[in-house]
Design a protein around this ligand. Structure first.
Ligand code: F6P
Length: 331
């Protein structure tokens, strides 16, 4: 381990926005790396709201023992409306100053980074971000903490739904999380052998759905899974299923909304390892005088991405995967 410059003595770490499995591994990695570099670590509870209220806890190495396998975030999280105001940010700054926190690691999605950027434009405390969301929709990184676990949760759930779908010869519309993003629906759809996938990034293809519901289902299949991302432009699974049932009264249609179970559970090995890599890199970046960047993973390597880009741009959907889906589902 190379000795880093010690301009920073104490760092804060917090989780923000929707929780994601692997956030605890991330907090642990940040804490242990900071301690390895002889820094003090403060956990900020309940995201930006806790920062405003000074809900801080000193973290020692032992405080992050045995948390890696736990889902959720032991520091808890929040979406704070108050932090978006000038007064809220001023209070947060005051708290950080009072607690002598020199730099901060924020673990969350692009909403959390937007907050960090706004704050950095007015105040002199550097923030470095780690991508944490099950949506895997952040620009500049192939990976976000929690995605792999959520993907496995969806696959396990849909495998079970397929058992009952097959037994009854039913069409299931399964809705997965992703208010603005279809990454989870797309990957899960491929992994589960879904017949059709409907995601916000792609104009819903009614023809494709109808083709399956008429020709594909009748001629070739005993059942079907239509994977719908919650943010699909045609509506959620209920709305799409209702129309499908109306257009095809002969079909036995059901809907299953997987909901927040997708955010829970013990993190997968992938999420634990990658969250750890990101956490180490985040502290080292702060010690290298970096600020307002996100630590990401691209092509299996750590990358530094300006937060400005992360909040302005979206992650594109993988056309290769869409194409694969079309080939596999040719009827
Ligand atoms: O950002 C992650 C996410 O799980 C989205 O996929 C989902 O739309 C949203 O959070 C749900 O947020 P909440 O838990 O606040 O309802």
């Amino acid at each position: 381990m190379t000795e880093k410059r010690k301009a920073i003595r104490k760092i804060g770490v917090f989780t923000s926005g929707g929780d994601a499995p692997g956030m605890n591994a991330a907090i642990r990695a940040v804490t242990r790396t900071a301690i390895a570099h002889k820094l003090e670590v403060v956990g900020i509870r309940r995201g930006y709201q806790g920062m405003i209220e000074g809900d801080f806890v000193r973290l020692h190495s032992s405080d992050v023992s045995g948390i890696m396998q736990m889902g959720g975030t032991f520091l808890q999280t929040a979406r704070s409306a108050e932090f978006r105001t000038d007064e809220g940010m001023a209070k947060a700054y005051q708290q950080l100053k009072e607690h002598e926190i020199d730099a901060v690691v924020v673990i969350g999605g692009d909403g959390s980074f937007r907050g960090a950027l706004d704050f950095s434009q007015q105040y002199d405390i550097p923030f470095v971000g780690m991508p944490g969301t099950i949506d895997n929709d952040m620009y500049g990184t192939d990976y976000t903490i929690g995605f792999d676990t959520a993907l496995n949760t969806v696959v396990e759930a849909v495998d079970k739904i397929k058992d009952t779908a097959n037994s009854h010869g039913r069409i299931f519309f399964v809705e997965v999380m992703g208010r603005d993003a279809g990454q989870l629906a797309l990957k899960a759809g491929i992994a589960c052998g879904a017949e059709v996938i409907l995601i916000p990034e792609v104009q819903s293809d009614e023809d494709e759905l109808n083709r399956f519901l008429t020709k594909g289902y009748k001629d070739k299949k005993r059942s079907g899974i239509i994977m719908v991302a919650e943010g699909d432009k045609a509506g959620g699974a209920f709305k799409i299923a209702e129309k499908a049932q109306k257009d095809h009264p002969e079909l036995d249609v059901r809907v299953s909304i997987l909901g927040h179970m997708q955010r829970g559970g013990s993190p997968s090995a992938v999420d634990r390892v990658k969250a750890t890599q990101l956490g180490v890199a985040a502290v080292e970046a702060l010690l290298d005088d970096q600020k307002s960047i996100m630590i990401g993973i691209k092509d299996d390597s750590i990358v530094h991405v300006p937060m400005v880009k992360v909040v302005k741009m979206n992650r594109d959907i993988d056309n290769e995967l869409l194409n694969i889906l079309r080939i596999i589902n040719t009827i």
